[in-house]
Design a protein. Structure first.
Length: 204
């Protein structure tokens, strides 16, 4: 029987490269979350057969996406999570296409949020917390700004607050994160801290 008191954590892996640097870092984040007692689930964007948002307006009356593909298995996971970690390498100063498809399909959840607000059922408190883990091969000053903005509004659509991020520059070869114990420890600590913060918020 599931312990409903446990913090529910969802990790979304955005890299098209299996076992790459953002995968390794998110693995560590979730390891930290599990060590804090959280219930952890994972989504691998590269394995999902989903289309981008069709901007058809089908979700505007019901808050549900009308496109019947594997994104339908993702919505319940997004809705039940207390904490979400979004992880992605940086492609052209933004998130990967694989994870961006998930983000864009969250339009249905934005519509659901707006329907609740119009019905007077929208609360003022947010239901959870979101974090971004991003990795780039270069050291450009604005390398993470596009991904950060996208993540903020994604979590806003999910009625979650954007609580922070860990960014890593100049990680390119597949073993770069694995060879950086400080980065792995920072990732582990983020998972630990996020669960502790969520638990503290629930006890208020």
């Amino acid at each position: 029987m599931k312990d409903s008191s446990r913090v529910k954590v969802l990790g979304i892996y955005g890299s098209p490269r299996k076992g790459g640097n953002s995968d390794q870092l998110l693995d560590k984040v979730l390891e930290g979350a599990q060590s804090a007692g959280a219930e952890v689930k994972r989504i691998y964007a590269r394995d999902l057969k989903i289309s981008g948002c069709q901007e058809c307006g089908g979700c505007e009356k019901t808050g549900k996406c009308v496109v019947n593909d594997e994104m339908q298995t993702v919505y319940p996971l997004l809705e039940e999570a207390d904490v979400i970690f979004l992880a992605s390498p940086i492609f052209f100063y933004g998130l990967t296409a694989q994870i961006k498809a998930i983000v864009d399909r969250a339009q249905a959840m934005w519509s659901k949020k707006m329907l609740k607000a119009r019905a007077g059922k929208g609360g003022t408190s947010l239901r959870g917390r979101g974090y971004l883990v991003a990795v780039g091969a270069t050291r450009g000053k604005n390398l993470f700004e596009g991904a950060q903005l996208t993540a903020r509004y994604f979590f806003d659509a999910l009625e979650m607050s954007y609580e922070g991020e860990i960014f890593f520059r100049r990680l390119e070869k597949k073993t770069a994160a694995k060879e950086n114990p400080e980065a792995l420890q920072e990732a582990f600590n983020l998972g630990l801290k996020a669960v502790s913060r969520q638990e503290a918020g629930l006890k208020r």
